[in-house]
Every structure is written in C-alpha cells, then in structure tokens.
Design a protein around this ligand. Sequence first.
Ligand code: ANZ
Length: 901
Amino acid sequence: MEYKPNEFESKWRSFWQENQVYKTENDFSRPKYYVLDMFPYPSGDGLHVGHPLGYVASDIIARYKRLTGFNVLHPMGFDAFGLPAEQYAVETGIHPEITTQVNSQKYKRQLDNLGFSFDWSRAVKTCDSSYYKWTQQIFIWLFESYYDNNLQKAQPINQLISIFEKEGNSQINAACSKVETFSAADWAKFTAKEREDVLMCYRLAYRKVGFVNWCEALGTVLANDEVKDGVSERGGHPVIKKPMLQWMLRITAYADRLLQGLEEVDFSEAIKTQQRNWIGRSEGARLFFKLQNGEQAGLEPIEVFSTRPDTIFGATFLVLAPEHQLVDKITSIEQRETVVNYQKQAAAKSERERSADVKQVSGVFTGAYALHPISNELVPVWISDYVLAGYGTGAIMAVPSEDERDNRFAKRFNLPIVEVLDKSEFPKAELGEKVGIYINSDFLNGKTATEGFDLALDYLEEKGLAIRKINFRFHDANFSRQRYWGEPFPVIYNQEGCIEIENDLPVVLPPLSDFHPTADGKSPLARLSDWVNTPKGKRETDTMPGYAASSWYFLRYMDSHNDKEPFSAEAVNYWQQVDLYVGGSEHAVGHLLYSRFWNQFLYDLGKVPHKEPYKKLINQGMIQGIIESVYLKKEKVNGRSQFVSADLIKPEELDQYARILVHIRYVSNYGAPDSFLDLKGIEQFKQWRADYADAEFVLNGFNHLVTHSETGKMSKSKYNVVNPDDVIQEYGADCLRMYEMFLGPLEDAKPWNTKGIDGVYRFLRKFWDLYTQQTLTDAAPTAAELKILHTCLKKVSIDLENYSFNTSVAAFMVAVNQLREVKCDKKAILQPLLIAIAPFAPYTADELWALLGNAGSIHNSTTFPSYDEAYLIEDNFQCPVSINGKLRYTFQFPLNVAQEL
Ligand code: ANZ
C-alpha cells in the first residue's frame, strides 16, 4: 500500500469535524493548557507557506498537551476590521463585510487543510456585532475610569467626582493631562461642559486635540507604529502632523506596570528590549530657568527636562521646540521674521526626520535670555527642530560639552562650551560619557561623575529649582480612525457638547455604500445623517482602530458565546493566562503592548485574575523565498534583447546588465545559487514575458541559463510565493507540516527550499511502509527495538517541552531508519511511535491508527507514551584501539560482564 495522503486526508478532516474531535469544553475538573496563535487578518491573497509556520508549531503543542492529559484551549478567529478591506471597498465598491466573509472562508478552508486542531466552535470574528459589542463595553469601562497613582490602579471616575465635590483636585495624584487646579467651590460652579472637560483630563479613554499622523492619501490618522520613515506602512504615502480632536487611551498611566510586567513573562529579550525602548523610561528632572525680565512681563519660567541635572553648570543656552507656546511671547521684534520662517520650515518635517541624528543642526535665536538658576548668568534662548514639542517639556538646557547635538549646535552658532567633567583619566571617553571628576561646577567640583546626579538633584530640589521627574518617550495611544470599517463608538454628543454614553450595546455599524473618506477627513459615517442625528444628540462618527478588537480577543475565546458579558469569571478563572502565544515579531510594540495594557486594566477592574495575559511568547521566524532573476544586457545586441547565463558574466561586466525577476516555477531543484532555466524553462519564460519572445539567450555549456538567486521576502511582487494548497496537493499536509518544522529552529528566518521537502516526503513514505509493507506482530520487542523507541520518545518529549521542533522531526527520522535496519514489525513498538508522531502528522497517524485496528481518532482516544530510562542504558561499550596513532580496531564489550574476565 503506497503512501497517498490525498486519499485519506479529507476523510479524516470530515471525521474530525463530524465527531467534534477538537471541541474544548470548559471542564473545570481537568488541568488546562491555553495555546494561542495571533489571529490573522483575512486578506484577499490567502495564506502562503510562510503563514502556517507558527500555526503548525502551536498545533503540535496543542495536540501534544491533549495527549498528555490537559484540557487544551486552541482557538482561532479573524481580526476582520481594518484598513485593507476598506481600501479595497473604496477601490471596488464591494462592501468590506462581503470581502471579509469570503476571505475568512478561504482562510478557514486553507487552515483546515493543514490539519489544525482548532476548536472552531469558539471562533471569533471581530466585525461581528456579537463580538464588538464587548469591545464597545470595554471602551465604556475605560471611559468611566481614571488611574490613581497612589494605588497604582484604575478606579471609577465617580469616585473622582465625589472627591472634586468635597475638595477639588489639589490633592489628587492621578494620571492626567494638563489640568488647572480648582476647589470644591469651583467645581460646584462649573457648567456641565466644564466638568466634562476636566474629567476628560483624567479618563482612561478621553478626547483631546492632538497632533496626529495625518495621511492624506489614505484619508486617515495613523498610529505611530503604522508610520515608518515618515510614510504610511501601508502603501508608503506621505504622513504629516495635523491637529485634530481624537479619542485617546491613557496607556502612559500604565507605563511602569508595563515595564515591570516584562520581568514576569517569558518573552524573548529582543521583544522585551523593543517594548522597553518604545516605552522609553528616563529618570531625570524638570529644571526651571527664569526669563530675563520675565516676572515684569508675567512670564512663567522656562521648564526643561534633563536626564543630566549634574551638568547644570555646563548649560550655556536653552533650546525650545519651534512649536513651544512660549516662543511667540518671548521672541524679540528683530528676530520675529526669522523665527516665524523657521517655525514654518520645522512644521513641514516629520518627528522622525527631526529626531534623526542629522549632522547639520539648524536653529534660530529668539532674541530672549534666561537666567542660569545658580550662577544667574544670562543664557540665550534659541529654537531648533531637534527639540521635539511632544517630549518632556519641549524645552532643553543645552550642555554642549556633554551632549553631542548641543555640541554641534554650539559649534555651528558660536555659543560657549564649558567643560564640566575632567576626563583626563579617561582618554578614550566619548562626548557625553559620564566619567571623570567635576570641574567648573561649584559645589560638585572634585566629586566623581557617578555621584553627580543625586548630589545635583538634591541641591536643586532643596532650592526649589528642580523637581525629580520620570519621563516616558511613548505617548497615549490614538484611538480614533476616520474610517468606516471599525467599531462605532457608543458615544453621543448632546446639545451642550457633553458626552452621553450609549449603554444599549451593540451600537451597530450601519450599512453604507460609499466608503470614501470625506474631504475634511471625517469618517464616511458622517454622511449618514439619519444615523448621526439621534434624539439625544449627534453620534461620534470616528470608529475604533484595528488594535481595539485584538487587545482582548484571547479572553473572548474562553467563553465566546456569552451574551451577558465579555467572558464569565468562571471561564477566566479556569483558563487564566495564555500558556503559549505564538506569532510574528512585527507585533512587538503594537498589539503586544496594547493587549498587555487592556489586560492590566481589566485586572484592575477585577475581571481577570492575572496582570499579564501571556505567560510565554514565541515569535516564529519568517519563511523566506528564493528570488530568481535573469541577466538582461542593457544595450540590445544587433537589435535584439539578450539574456546571458550568469556564469558567463565577468564580475567587472555586471553593470552592463539589468536583472529581471523570473516568475515561472521551472527553476531547478538545486536551490540557490545554482538555479537555472533549461530549454523548457526558457520557453516558459518567453511565454510569460511575450515582450522577450524573440530575445537571444546565451546559454552555458550545459544548455542552461544560470539565474541569479538570492534569499529574501516571500511576496507576490517577487514571484516567489508558494501556496500551501499546491504543496498539500503534491505532498500532503502532514509532509508540509513536518517539513516546515524540519527547516530549522522555530524562531529563525529560513528560506523555503523544494529540495528539502522531498526528503521529508521520503521519510514519511518510509514511516508509512513500516506499518503497511509488513504484517505487524504481537511478539515481544527486543531490547534493541525498545531502545530505539524510547530514545526517540525521550528526545521528542524533552524537545517539545522546549519548543524545539526541528530536532524532534530529526529524532523520528533516526528512529525510523533504525527500526527499518532491525526490521521491526512489533506492534508494541510501532503503536507508541505512531502516537508520538500524531501531533506532527495528524492525518497519517489517524489513517494508520485505523489500519492497526483501532476505533475512533488517535487524537482523543489515547495518551502520549512516556519513555522509560531503563531501556536507554547502553549495554555495549565500544573500545577503540589505535596502533601508531591510527585507529585500527574497535572491540565491543558487553557492559554487564563480570569484573574478572
Ligand atoms: C541636559 C543634558 C546634558 C542632556 C547631557 C543630555 C545629556 P532621554 O534619555 O531620551 O529621556 N531632551 C529633553 N527633552 C527633549 C526634547 N523635547 N527634544 C529633544 N531632546 C530633549 O533624553 C533626555 C535628554 O534629551 C535630556 O537631558 C535633554 O538633554 C534632551 F550631557 O539635558 B539633556
């Protein structure tokens, strides 16, 4: 009987579905294990072979854990709201609902073909109102909460209101936007709108005018992580800063907890570092510099943020961000025009361009002076775009002897440089390195650099010249999209402009036929005046961003049909944290940070039992493609295009050639860098590129056109996408699964290579033959057979506990070869081996399980065989004998012989 996976895979798929083999019950009596994949956005292109890599790994773990007695939650769903479906709708007029529906079905079919053991009965689709109803609910909870810094916890906003009523806000220590101090009497006099405005400064979901990343081409505001190098990540369109009233989430309130939480989770150091850098915690101080004649003019001192208060005596000038609100007030008449021109220039640059380490610093003098807080000397006040308005206080004290950019600035504009550290003992020290002994620094003189920070701050604080301050580089998260395809806000603005929350959820996204954003940047929903205007007032027309739904979906799977609440306490107390989360590292600072924040918030509300949602995270590496191209001579030869075999081109001639990507699949199996087109391949190429039908092909001695091969991203534009459906058609899903695992460590990037898959296929055939090409017996196994089996079982169980999949596959290969050598035909060996391979090759396992005479599915009717060390003991010792340094003989001695021979 031959190994023909196509003949049995679909049969088992139906069996699994009909018998609900992977259905997970909330069976609270059993130990649980939760293994989660990052759910996909169902795009029109479907899956390519890179996508299943993580899914295969998590599926193996899910199946393995089931076989070892756990009640496993292994769900899947669709992250279905978002820009691409909407962009598609704008272009084609096809409603995102339809596109999303069609695409999710395609994804589901592809995922099912791969043999994943998802419990589809728990699937979530984020654009279903039965799901987003609860996303809206969590938004309301955020809106109705503030963050108490003393308790380090979210609290109900009503509690804050009662404090305001009793004593105003002067004693409040909460995470807030800039807010005036007021008394209980003031509060009593405030209008409803004024109260609303005050509360907005505290709410965890709040509205404010902010500078947002505005992308004209997409007609929307983008989150910081959707902007790469000043252009939109999707489509590469220019992005500028624009002031707009936006919904925001006060994620910065949780900055410290998001940092602390990293200590208790098992994420890679790379991801932790990315999150830490994104949060960007800096310990420093706010220092106050009075303006010359500032008091007479009624001007507040300039507040700067510095992480180096110890360098205060080297501060020879101040620099404000061009947008700083003091600039207009302090600029002298003579400097006004220069300053205004410079402000215009700066506004045109993106934040990234401004903070890039440009060699050429720029800036202009405002004409104003401040007083050094200790020496009282005059220090000039400049503006420059290297100081960002949105960070710290938007103003700095410049210390050119210790800071690289200040140094360049001082040199360019001839400003004084005062050394504050004698670094003669450290000749290799770089500018800014905190080493040496203080000089020119009054009370710090003679002290060492390590003591400076605290000494300087204690002194300055005592004199009222500074306040200790921890700054975070990240901002509150924008939570508004001017787009249609997202969750509507449950928010109505009444006559007074105050917010009325709609508690009757869901607020359903109304149908629409024209998806274009409006010219003024409003969401397409603004066109639906019947929907917008309600008896209570006008609805919010922005929708929630893509990360809203994905910030809590892992909780919904625990109890996905609950229509009373997002998830029940029993469910979440049973399933607890996600034990293993597998997904791409591209979500390092977006989704992973937002969902950690939502989970921390839900923890504060007492709705989840753990602060951190994910115990362990693995980021699978990318599967890369081989990018193949052929060399085309730039100049035509005798009027004809000419392609030349790569091995005939001298390196110095390379610039005479252009490279054309090759699309056809007829590339040899030899892999990079020896790929070539033979005559058949060239014919295919000509058919594909009819414009080169009469081109000349200069082939090498083997009649080959050697191509240029390199490893790179698998993408449509590189013509190197491999579709899993095709691979399954040819080799079967089990082969694809095992091959993907065999490629290398899960976390590594690795190229897809057709040669390798043949090897795995041969292995599966040999494995199959063990069960089908001989009659299996009930005879007792030999010690040698037991050793082969238990060596394999040990390796696989230990490797799986360590998520090492490639080495497990290798262990099966070794075992199969050895069992063939000893001609093993014992059920007592082959049956446990079959169970062990079941998580990897689920279809083959079930087919052989039935052939062995078992009923039902292997996946829910047996347990993973445990290994026994007793069978692993070496019973022979191999003794090498060398003569004159050369190995001549190896003697074998039984290890159980008596001492006296
Ligand atoms: C004086 C000084 C001396 C500084 C020195 C640095 C080195 P991080 O670690 O990123 O928080 N800074 C403060 N606000 C800024 C803004 N809005 N735009 C650009 N730069 C700003 O860096 C904090 C340091 O970056 C601060 O400490 C300030 O320069 C600068 F030897 O103050 B420092």
